[in-house]
Design a protein around this ligand. Structure first.
Ligand SMILES: [Zn+2]
Ligand SMILES: [Zn+2]
Length: 379
């Protein structure tokens, strides 16, 4: 079988949330060969349609109303570059999607497992458009490409038991379609092709990010109890005048008190100490509410009261505790609004990445220490 892939091929489990049992595929562009358990079944040209059904733990292939094959595995292999398949729902219903490159279909636990065999850069284009949408600066898209590629290559075994590498949901990286509307995303992916971030031991990093850090990034240890050397806390002045830079939330005093009394024994504290719950000031990011000795992680308060961030102060107004906060998200690693602002202000994607991740290098994954483990990239 000929594969027209020039970079690395990824195996992405798609349409995962639908549990597809019947699906119709139409060739949008290119020519495909269809194989059933490695035997050639038919060739599909532009406009051709086939239906795949789950049937008795196997896959039924139907073309023009004719039952072509009942098989364990179907492969739909592109014979031309830039091939695209349109996915139309039969059962259950979903919005029409388009995917580049090839497809593998198997039957498992009552439905079809659909795996997109896709060039890594085509995959990344779809991911960036699915996650971020349009209208961003190209250097920002390059940072996203760098982070998504690093994530993908670090997590190749995440769905090993399911028969593919990564799923198409937020569990891995959202991938709801091929890239369709934003040519600059394609440019950004191509311009950074192969580039990833590694730590000082040459391991791929975990590319943490959140929407807005509130002017100071958060130490990973404050959120997950484990420190990560390349995402320590530091000041970020690029995000403080943006949309999600500040927030306010009012919580009834009763609700606030009940939680702190019940979960952390504030009712047993001396009055002076206990009353600090209404006048907590957080100038610099902290891990704990009031004082570490009280044992109240700010991340617990964030979760309990559904707060935008852990970076907040408190004051009392009548029967309400007013929380004034900064930032949106956990605040660890890259700050998206800060990074967008840096891009608009002329910083390169390398400068942006190295501002948020420390003691890391940006390298070509397919060269250097990975050279021997992977096929050389075609230039
Ligand atoms: Zn996943
Ligand atoms: Zn920030």
């Amino acid at each position: 079988m000929t594969h027209f892939l020039f970079g690395q091929e990824m195996r992405i489990g798609i349409l995962r949330q639908y549990k597809v049992s019947k699906i119709s595929l139409t060739v949008e562009r290119g020519v495909y060969d269809v194989y059933a358990d490695t035997a050639s079944v038919t060739r599909l040209i532009e406009g051709d349609k086939i239906q795949l059904n789950y049937y008795n733990s196997r896959v039924q292939v139907i073309k023009n109303g004719l039952d072509l094959k009942l098989t364990n595995k179907v492969e739909i292999v592109p014979t031309t570059e830039n091939s695209v398949i349109q996915f139309n729902s039969v059962q259950p219903s979903f919005k029409t999607r388009y995917y580049q490159d090839g497809l593998e279909i198997k039957a498992s636990s009552g439905n079809l497992t659909l795996v997109n065999l896709v060039d890594i850069d085509n995959y990344l284009g779809g991911v960036i458009e699915s996650e971020g949408g349009g209208g961003r600066h190209i250097e920002y898209y390059k940072v996203q490409a760098l982070m998504s590629r690093t994530y993908a290559l670090k997590n190749l075994k995440r769905h090993e038991k399911d028969g593919f590498q990564l799923c198409d949901g937020v569990h891995c990286q959202a991938y709801h379609n091929m890239l369709r509307h934003t040519p600059s995303i394609n440019e950004a992916v191509k311009a950074t092709s192969g580039m990833v971030m590694v730590d000082n031991r040459n391991s791929l990093i975990t590319s943490y990010f959140s929407a807005n850090c509130g002017g100071q990034t958060c130490d990973a240890a404050y959120v997950w109890n484990t420190s990560v050397p390349y995402v320590e806390t530091f000041k970020d002045t690029f995000c403080i005048h943006t949309r999600q830079a500040t927030w306010e939330k009012r919580i009834s005093k009763t609700q606030w008190d009940t939680y702190l009394n019940k979960e952390f024994g504030f009712n047993r504290l001396p009055i002076g100490k206990s009353d600090e719950r209404y006048s907590f000031i957080q100038e610099d990011r902290k891990a704990f509410f009031i004082h570490p000795s009280l044992g109240v992680p700010l991340r617990d308060l964030r979760q309990e009261f559904n707060l935008k961030s852990t970076y907040f102060s408190t004051r009392l107004e009548g029967n309400e505790v007013v929380l004034t906060g900064r930032g949106f998200g956990h605040g660890v690693g890259l700050c998206q609004e800060g990074a967008m602002n840096m891009a608009i202000n002329g910083f390169s994607y390398e400068q942006i990445a190295l501002f948020y991740f420390h003691n890391v290098s940006i390298i070509d994954y397919y060269r250097g220490q990975f050279f021997n483990q992977h096929e050389e990239k075609h230039d």
